[in-house]
Design a protein. Structure first.
Length: 95
């Protein structure tokens, strides 16, 4: 059973991390609405891969004048929410 207090704490930490990611992206000069090239640059993927993610609706996006754009705040949350453990942490759990 999940403790409601623990879940609220986890959500608060997640939102705080997303806010920090948002601030970092803004400080690096990323615009409020990102394009596929920005996403590819951020995650180290090809533009083709990003287009596949769009097609399969794996990324939050909006359409503006027929163009797909990614709100920076939602991408910051997406990146933090989909962050996996570092390799050394994973190895420790397996031992």
């Amino acid at each position: 059973m999940i403790n409601t207090t623990d879940q609220q704490t986890d959500n608060t930490v997640l939102l705080e991390k997303a806010r920090m990611m948002y601030d970092i992206l803004k400080a690096q000069g990323y615009p409020p609405l990102l394009n596929a090239e920005h996403i590819a640059d951020l995650v180290g993927a090809s533009k083709n891969t990003v287009q596949q993610w769009i097609y399969h609706r794996r990324l939050p996006y909006v359409k503006v004048g027929g163009f797909v754009r990614f709100p920076i705040a939602e991408i910051a949350f997406f990146l933090v929410n989909n962050n996996h453990q570092h390799q050394d942490e994973h190895e420790t759990q397996l031992d």
